[in-house]
Design a binder for this molecule. Structure first.
Ligand code: URA
Length: 253
């Protein structure tokens, strides 16, 4: 699709002034944004802009500040939710079961959820109205890593990490972890961290079960550059500018 960029300062021209778009995206005051432009820190569609007064189409322009993409589309939404147990990863459910749509209802935005978590799995799920971003974040070819904390039963042997990294053979093929860490162990209960970049259904539960360690509780604590932190279950927050920039960067946008 051709991108329109209209580098004119006539107020009657189409488009919105770049410093206004930057300020609306939360980059800073208009004055601060003008300074950033002057300092050569802003690119539009890959070209550095140093002149003031350039007009852009905020819906189409790809704008970076200090190499970080900004969300310039008015109404752009990039949210992080801590999905509680029992909530389905769908935006609506014909049978009326609790789902993501219930939690973000009333925002007046058409949101996509970035991938899924099992109903019984908790933790970080991203939502956005940028369809291309959502698509890339879930497509295996972009290799975005997800981190899970699993509470398992059993005494963890020293070689479990190696086995998971080398791959566990499941009924639909080999599944490999990118990394594994033992977090805690008390008696026959352990807390382990598994990082992987694939997204097959029940993948962490199936890998650990097959390795001999049934999962009692599973929480996703990180999705690419975004961490769950201490966000409470059921709570939604807007990602900040750095997090949004890092997400786009993770998938080459
Ligand atoms: N792995 C699982 O087993 N469940 C999830 O929801 C995500 C990854």
């Amino acid at each position: 699709m051709e991108r329109r960029r209209i580098p004119l300062s006539d107020p009657d021209e189409e488009g919105v002034r770049l410093q206004k778009v930057l300020a609306a995206a939360g980059v800073g005051s208009r004055r601060a944004c003008e300074e950033m432009i002057e300092q050569g820190r802003v690119t539009v569609d890959g070209q550095r802009v140093r002149v003031q007064g350039m007009r852009v189409d905020p819906e189409k322009a790809v704008i970076h500040v200090d190499g970080m993409r900004i969300a310039s589309t008015p109404g752009a939404a990039h949210l992080a939710l801590n999905k509680p147990v029992g909530v389905l990863s769908t935006m609506n459910d014909p049978e009326g079961r609790p789902n993501l749509g219930d939690i973000v209802e009333g925002r007046g935005q058409r949101l996509f959820h970035v991938g899924r978590l099992d109903a019984e799995t908790e933790g970080l799920i991203l939502l956005t109205n940028d369809g291309e971003l959502a698509h890339r974040l879930t497509h295996p070819s972009y290799g975005v890593q997800k981190t899970y904390l699993a509470q398992v039963e059993g005494i963890i042997p020293r070689d479990l990490g190696r086995r998971l990294r080398e791959g566990i053979l499941l009924e639909d093929g080999l599944a490999r972890a990118d990394s594994f860490k033992m977090v805690d162990a008390v008696g026959r209960h352990a807390l382990v961290e598994v990082v992987l970049h694939e997204g097959r259904k029940h993948i962490v539960r199936r890998m650990l079960q097959e390795a001999g360690f049934p999962v009692k509780r599973l929480v996703r604590t990180r999705f690419g550059p975004i961490a769950l932190g201490d966000q409470r279950p059921g709570k939604v927050r807007n990602l900040n500018r750095e997090e949004i920039g890092a997400l786009y960067k993770a998938v080459g946008m």
